[in-house]
Design a protein around this ligand. Structure first.
Ligand SMILES: *[C@@H]1O[C@H](CO)[C@@H](O)[C@H](O)[C@H]1NC(C)=O
Ligand SMILES: *[C@@H]1O[C@H](CO)[C@@H](O)[C@H](O)[C@H]1NC(C)=O
Ligand SMILES: *[C@@H]1O[C@H](CO)[C@@H](O)[C@H](O)[C@H]1NC(C)=O
Ligand SMILES: *[C@@H]1O[C@H](CO)[C@@H](O)[C@H](O)[C@H]1NC(C)=O
Ligand SMILES: *[C@@H]1O[C@H](CO)[C@@H](O)[C@H](O)[C@H]1NC(C)=O
Ligand SMILES: *[C@@H]1O[C@H](CO)[C@@H](O)[C@H](O)[C@H]1NC(C)=O
Ligand SMILES: *[C@@H]1O[C@H](CO)[C@@H](O)[C@H](O)[C@H]1NC(C)=O
Length: 390
């Protein structure tokens, strides 16, 4: 070899052999997630440096043509690894040298939160509290944590909140599903998600339906209001109540609500509304039924009084029949026959056709007569009929 090359070759060899002494990577060995990290490549001799590069696990991260540092804004788990740096330059000839590898370990700031529910199989209509729990290391205990809850990918409640609890005052079966929570610190921003938890809301089937009426007993006066109150002793969620007439199988209406009872009103009951009714309560399980008999009571109409005389004119000694009859009215009906204002007699009729009262005529019987019909709902007096006894 020409002697002129011998000197530089020796230097090259020295550089190769002691390269780690020439360049050092300065880096912390352990940091917490979210910390900012600066890696600095330090060379004993910077004259003639052409490039400075940073490498992680053998892969180049950055290469610069001047002296530089490599920064990680917010360290994450996957920033852990073996780092080294390299510099190259030209001093008579091109040379390159690399640092020793430095192991960087990023430690977790807090573990992924754990979501717990006060009950994983709550009953519909009851409250449920969700808790999102995680722990900061003692030296970071002053760091503020925020929490957020999700169901089937949708955020619940107020969004990010300082409270690790979410209180659901009443839970319904449609709230069943997969829940999770997230916890984060704001500075540095580190966010973690819990595993998913299934919450299965239990529905209580409807039971013990009853159909009551207002007025009670199913006895309603024609023209007045009838309320059919359908109720169950238990059952959760939306309950569909429906009312039916048994004879015609027609539906009178239905209501779906989150309550144990519902009512149907018939504003003015007609004679033809009498009969058997039932109500049905259904919340998705076996529906339950209850029935009631409705009787429509009709107040008496004004009675008509007729005096049946065997021969005209009516003579002393004849027997006349006073007949009183209503066109409408629920039986039994009490008929009372009046001579002027004195009651001559009473007759109770338990079916149609009216009532009669026989009178053997004397001269005293030339009078004004009337009758009254009463079925307990209303009393009505007939028109006055005058009898002339000859
Ligand atoms: C239903 O009613 C019966 C009798 O009234 C009662 O013994 C039973 O406990 C009731 N069931 C429920 C679930 O309330
Ligand atoms: C409930 O009533 C509505 C009308 O008000 C009717 O369209 C519907 O079919 C009814 N549903 C049932 C289950 O009877
Ligand atoms: C329950 O009924 C209410 C109306 O009363 C309705 O808004 C709601 O969507 C219903 N829920 C279900 C699950 O059917
Ligand atoms: C309804 O009336 C019928 C007779 O008309 C009777 O057999 C039945 O027991 C009654 N039902 C109720 C629930 O009162
Ligand atoms: C008719 O009935 C009324 C009351 O119901 C009673 O006061 C009266 O004495 C009765 N009269 C006769 C004649 O039975
Ligand atoms: C009244 O007399 C007629 C015969 O004149 C008789 O058919 C009827 O039964 C009598 N009615 C009463 C209530 O006594
Ligand atoms: C019957 O009533 C009419 C009027 O309502 C009256 O003019 C007449 O005097 C009465 N007759 C008797 C016998 O009281």
């Amino acid at each position: 070899l020409p002697l002129a090359l011998l000197g530089p070759l020796t230097l090259f060899t020295r550089l190769r052999g002691n390269e780690h002494n020439w360049v050092t990577l300065l880096a912390p060995s352990s940091v917490l997630e979210g910390d900012s990290v600066v890696l600095k490549c330090q060379a004993k001799w910077t004259g003639g440096i052409k490039t400075m590069s940073y490498h992680k696990d053998g892969r180049q991260l950055l290469s610069s043509n001047k002296v530089s540092t490599f920064s990680i804004q917010s360290a994450a788990f996957n920033d852990s690894g073996q780092y080294h740096c390299a510099i190259s330059g030209k001093l008579l000839w091109n040379w390159e040298t690399t640092s020793k590898a430095v192991k960087l370990k990023v430690q977790e700031l807090f573990p992924p939160p754990v979501l717990t529910a006060s009950s994983s199989q709550p009953t519909e209509g009851t409250p449920v509290t969700l808790t999102c729990e995680t722990w900061l290391p003692p030296e970071k205990s002053g760091t503020e944590l925020q929490f957020c809850f999700f169901r089937e990918g949708q955020g619940l409640g107020p969004g990010w909140s300082k409270s690790p609890e979410l209180h659901i005052p009443t839970i319904w079966s449609q709230d069943s599903g997969s829940y999770w929570c997230e916890a984060q610190t704001v500075t540095p921003r580190v966010k973690k998600q819990s595993l998913k938890s299934q919450i299965h809301v239990q529905r209580v089937p409807v039971a013990n339906v009853s159909l009551e009426t207002q007025p009670p007993g199913g006895q309603v006066i024609e023209g007045e209001k009838l309320v059919l109150l359908c109720s169950v002793s238990e059952g959760t969620g939306n309950i569909t109540f429906s009312w039916h007439r048994e004879t015609t199988e027609t539906s009178l209406g239905n209501k779906t609500q989150r309550s144990l009872s519902a009512e149907l009103e018939i504003l003015a009951v007609k004679d033809s509304d009498a009969g058997k009714y039932y109500c049905r309560a259904d919340n998705g399980y076996q529906p339950v039924l209850s029935e009631v008999n409705i009787t429509v009571r009709i107040p008496v109409s004004r009675p008509a009084l007729t005096i049946r005389v065997s021969g005209a004119p009516a003579m002393v000694g004849d027997v006349v029949e006073l007949h009183c009859e209503v066109q409408r009215g629920t039986h039994p009906i009490l008929y009372q026959f009046y001579q002027k204002d004195v009651i001559l007699g009473n007759s109770s009729a338990s079916f149609g056709g009216g009532a009669s009262f026989n009178l053997s005529l004397t001269s005293e019987h030339s009078e004004n007569y009337s009758c009254e019909a009463d079925n307990g709902l209303r009393a009505q007096r007939s028109e006055v009929v005058t009898l002339n006894v000859t």
